[in-house]
Design a protein around this ligand. Structure first.
Ligand SMILES: Nc1ncnc2c1ncn2[C@@H]1O[C@H](COP(=O)(O)OP(=O)(O)OP(=O)(O)O)[C@@H](O)[C@H]1O
Length: 217
């Protein structure tokens, strides 16, 4: 059965450089996938291909994809820009309505950034920026989220809490993580990449700590 996100016999890479040759992967509706593997193995490359396959999805890029000089409010509201026309978006940029502010404040509360809506993103810490990027995805919502190390700058408890928010908000998720414990707690399926291939693909309960450690050797 084809999945919600489906790649078949794809060679993924950049320019003439192949990173993941002959890759086939399906993500089914309702799955929460944790993508693990060493730095440079191709996790972001795979996520980019899944974003193309998804067509529409909430995205949390590794570099957060925020506009530094703009406020937290405006960066979070960007998650919903595609729902409205240019004029309405311009009006929101200049003079946000109370209801819009309230919607943004609700997701800011959820990520622990209450009251920071007016602050320019450039004035935030790395962990706060990461939470703004998560808040933007939570506001956007939708069926699928694709997130690249969305909690890497947070402590384990905060990371687990915010991954819980992601799990509550999205039916299907593919999340690059580097913390094996967080991956076990969050995921219904762990996919491990090594040497250009998927070498692990199973439920967390079927995967040993030694299997996970092997990914990083
Ligand atoms: N935009 C790009 N243009 C060219 N090469 C790229 C680009 N992005 C990644 N690469 C290359 O593709 C390979 C895989 O990178 P990728 O970012 O997918 O790895 P990763 O597993 O996500 O790494 P990390 O954990 O460090 O983020 C690397 O060799 C990298 O140099």
């Amino acid at each position: 059965m084809e999945g919600l996100l489906h790649l078949r016999d794809r060679s993924l890479g950049w320019g003439d450089r192949t990173v993941l040759p002959d890759l086939s992967l399906s993500v089914r509706q309702g799955e929460r996938v944790a993508l693990l593997g060493r730095s440079g193995v191709g996790k972001s490359t795979l996520l980019a291909a899944l974003a193309d396959a998804a067509g529409t999805a909430a995205l949390v890029p590794q570099d957060h994809g925020l506009v530094g000089p703009l406020s937290v409010f405006h960066n979070v509201w960007m998650g919903r820009l595609d729902e409205f026309g240019a004029l309405r978006n311009l009006a929101t940029l200049v003079w946000p309505r109370a209801a819009q502010r309230a919607q943004v404040e609700e997701v800011l509360d959820r990520v622990g950034l209450s009251g920071l809506g007016r602050r320019p993103v450039v004035e935030l810490s790395g962990g706060q920026r990461q939470r703004v990027a998560l808040a933007r995805a939570l506001l956007r919502g939708g069926a699928v989220v694709l997130a690249d190390e969305p909690v890497s700058a947070l402590d384990t408890a905060q990371g687990a809490d915010l991954l819980g928010a992601v799990a509550d908000r999205f039916d299907t998720a593919v999340v690059v993580l580097h913390d094996a414990a967080l991956a076990r707690a969050f995921a219904t399926r762990i996919i491990g990449l090594r040497d250009g291939a998927v070498v692990l693909d199973a439920a967390p309960t079927q995967i040993s700590d030694a299997d996970l450690a092997d990914l990083y050797r």
